[in-house]
Design a protein around this ligand. Structure first.
Ligand code: HXC
Length: 261
């Protein structure tokens, strides 16, 4: 029904991982503006909730997301999309401080592939299909499909995908470095992603946030500035109790208990 949320929110068994499920199955999770607004709202909520330590975003078995909503876009004019900064809210994901794991099964096309690439870590299965088919619609990718994709898989493969719309499967995506891990057919991709989220959730939040911040900085900063930022973040962690706890626990041969400070 129309009152059904476009993004469902649940938790992992131990409550530490928020699981956000794109929920427009009939449209293969096409990323309409209302869906993206709900996703941003759920992400902000999870980022502010102290009981959440990692976030998983997934779709259905058939589709992670088949792209931006073509029916919503088709009659739009330049002046309108420019003045309203159409799809500008997609970049809000960059401001989420907690790690986000994507769990991709089925189609991750166009904006769906771009959404996936904007997450921190991706798990897919062999039924996953990644592509940037915008060229078949008379447009080009608009949310990272030429920028992040090129960084992940290199110019030659990115040109192939962007200019021909070539589809690649999950195993190829893993081999090319588009995803972190591709699980086999017998495994459940959401369970795998939640496991990864729970592993991250078992570590101190301050160090986890610093790790995410430092890796992301490498995409934007020249090497000398990136190395300086990394070293400063590293040094600043010596001001945390978790550093004392983590190293103390190692020396005392016991398990650390993180205080997140
Ligand atoms: C709107 C979509 C959609 C989309 C699928 N649907 N993708 N609606 N936007 N991106 C709808 C179909 O219209 C259809 O609605 C229903 O979902 C089921 O899709 P079918 O085509 O019947 O399913 P199937 O035959 O299995 O084919 C699956 C598919 C195909 C190969 C994924 O749907 C497809 O090619 N979709 C478009 C993929 C695409 O071009 N994505 C890029 C979009 S551009 P009805 O009402 O008929 O049942 C983009 C730009 C991003 O993403 C820019 C970001 C800034």
């Amino acid at each position: 029904t129309s009152t059904e949320p476009l993004v469902l929110s649940s938790r992992s068994p131990n409550n530490s991982v928020a699981i956000l499920t794109l929920n427009r199955p009939k449209a293969l999770n096409a990323l309409s503006s209302p869906l993206f607004d709900q996703l941003n709202a759920e992400l902000e909520k999870a980022d502010e909730d102290d009981s959440v330590r990692a976030i998983v975003i997934t779709g259905s078995e058939k589709a992670f997301a088949a792209g931006a909503d073509i029916k919503e876009m088709k009659d739009k004019e330049f002046a309108e999309v420019y003045k309203r900064n159409f799809l500008g809210t997609w970049t809000k994901i960059k401001d989420i401080r907690k790690p986000i794991v994507g769990a991709v099964s089925g189609f991750a096309l166009g904006g769906g592939c771009e959404l996936a690439m904007s997450l921190d870590l991706l798990i897919c299965n062999s039924r996953a299909v990644f592509a940037q088919p915008e060229i078949t619609l008379g447009i080009i990718p608009g949310a990272g499909g030429t920028q992040r994709l090129t960084g992940l898989i290199g110019k030659a493969r990115a040109m192939d995908m962007v200019l021909t719309g070539r589809k690649i499967d999950g195993k190829t995506a893993e081999a090319w470095g588009l995803v972190s891990r591709c699980v086999g057919d017998e495994e459940n991709v959401v369970e795998e992603a939640v496991k990864v989220g729970e592993t991250i959730a078992s570590f101190g939040r301050v160090a986890v946030q610093a790790g995410k911040e430092a890796v992301n900085a490498s995409l934007e900063l020249p090497l000398d500035q990136g190395l300086r930022l990394e070293r400063r973040l590293f040094q600043s962690l010596f001001a945390t109790q978790d550093q004392k706890e983590g190293m103390g626990a190692f020396a005392e041969k016991r398990k650390p208990t993180w205080g997140d400070k």
